[in-house]
Design a protein around this ligand. Structure first.
Ligand code: GRG
Length: 298
């Protein structure tokens, strides 16, 4: 399966996402202009928008109009962007480049970068609560609760915790899986599962969507680990080789490159099995997504 079809689909949604992110953060407020600039500097830079794309396209797959849910999609991207800003800080991964430009703290300083991340996180929940206020129903509440859960201690933050606290240590493969599952898969599963919840899919369908998110999320992170060794800095938009420099616990470190490629493919195969169990008639669309993530170069 080639990547051209899905790249065009991502682009279609990306245009809408970028436009709405720009509108949502176009706030003119006295005294805090630099803070807003710093939030927009990272948020409006050239991210792939994979998470909001997954959310909106799955809403469409189950027959609702994704345009009505664009604010939730943008909120998920804000959570993702805050995590990148904080992850790049000297106290965490200490990165100078992100999305092809200097990282937030390099431009604005650590103090403002921390606040920009905090502000994006809070703003995302303000926007989602505003959405629920205007569209009060139990599915919308359940969906936002799921996003909060997967972005928090039982998801992304929990995974990041084990990741930073196990640098320079040898960990078990079970711990390695825990890091990847939570640091990365959780915020890939969040848009997929919350879209299903909004569309009121069955419990079985939720289970299959969740498993699909987990499997493509694991593959996404293993591909990320591999790109950190073999990728092009120009395409990825950040320095490569940082994982080895920081003694990070990655799949290539534990399994070597060749086996990591194989494990990545196995997760994609499991994701394809999940797709077969779904009731959606457009299974090919999700298969294209899975292959796109397997073959991505950035
Ligand atoms: C600081 C709470 C906190 C969490 C940080 C996002 C993250 C967790 C760490 C960043 C480092 C990393 C390799 C994370 C894995 C997830 C990942 C591959 C993020 C990059 O996502 P992309 O490729 O980035 O979707 P763009 O820039 O395209 O949005």
């Amino acid at each position: 399966m080639g990547n051209e079809f899905i790249s065009q689909e991502i682009f279609k949604y990306k245009e809408k996402i970028d436009k709405r992110l720009e509108e949502l953060t176009d706030v003119k407020t006295e005294h805090i202009n630099t803070l807003v600039q710093s939030m927009r500097y990272s948020l409006l830079s050239d991210g792939k928008r994979i998470r909001p794309f997954l959310f909106l396209s799955i809403i469409d797959l189950y027959g609702l109009n994704s345009d009505d849910y664009i604010d939730i999609a943008c909120s998920i991207e804000m959570i993702h962007t805050y995590s990148l800003i904080h992850d790049d800080l000297p106290a965490m991964d200490d990165d100078d480049m992100r999305r092809g430009r200097p990282t937030n703290h390099i431009v604005y300083g650590d103090d403002i970068a921390i606040l920009a991340g905090d502000a994006l996180l809070n703003y995302s929940f303000e926007i989602m609560l505003n959405f629920i206020y205007k569209n009060p129903n139990i599915s919308n509440i359940k969906a936002v609760k799921k996003i909060a859960n997967l972005a928090g201690i039982n998801g992304m933050i929990g995974g990041q915790f084990l990741d930073v606290s196990s640098e320079n240590k040898n960990i078990s493969t079970e711990e390695l899986d825990f890091i990847h599952k939570n640091k990365t898969s959780a915020l890939i599963t969040a848009p997929i599962l919350s879209a299903g919840i909004i569309c009121e899919v069955s419990n079985d369908e939720e289970r299959h969507l969740s498993s699909f998110g987990y499997n493509i999320g694991m593959a996404f992170q293993i591909r990320d680990d591999i790109l950190d060794i073999l990728g092009s800095e120009e395409l990825i938009g950040k320095k490569i080789g940082k994982d080895i420099e920081h003694h990070k616990n990655t799949f290539p470190k534990y399994y070597g490159l060749e086996k990591s490629e194989k494990i990545c493919e196995e997760y994609i195969e499991k994701a394809l099995e999940d797709i077969e169990k779904l009731t959606t008639s457009n299974k090919d669309f999700l298969k294209h997504v899975a292959y796109y993530l397997l073959n991505r170069k950035k």
